[in-house]
Write a protein that binds this ligand. Sequence first.
Ligand SMILES: [Zn+2]
Length: 199
Amino acid sequence: MHDSGDPLGDLVKLLVRLPGVGEKSARRIAFHMLSADRDYAQTLGEALATLGERVRRCASCGNYTARELCALCADPRRAGDVLCVVARPADADAIERARVFGGRYHVLHALLDPLGGVGPAEFPLVPLMERIAREGIREVILATPPTVEGEATSLYLAEALRSAGVSTSRIASGVPHGGDLEFVDPITLGRALEGRRSL
Ligand SMILES: [Zn+2]
């Protein structure tokens, strides 16, 4: 990086580009780095600098890993015939933390977004369909986000999977746990009603 003569200001400019970090937090972090012990800042810097080299995409599911196969794909206790399809590694991580899914994941790293330059030709459908055929996947759960692109991707995948004879479902979008119904947006509430199940 070229020397602007303002290393603290440069760091703040880099930090505000992080998700969820505003100008005020960025300044706090920058000042903390100066007052914290040097080893910490050094270790953090090295961890960031080498992250891209040490982390790659799992050869099977596309999730981030340091090895050829991620821990979930390498785990023989996971069901090998059920796939949960997600848009991003962070989504697989969130579902994993809920501890309700015992199959494997497939990370798209993309959503169908023709206006944003990802049409059917650019969308990574082929690797998913090849994996399904290769691994004998029977069931696919579509867990793309409840956004316009996420829904479009889900519909597109559902059609391709139906043609391939794979049982396909879409995660329900529901009401947050511990929340008040009056504060839930109408679309979410509508979907929660549509996706109701009998007790
Ligand atoms: Zn994997």
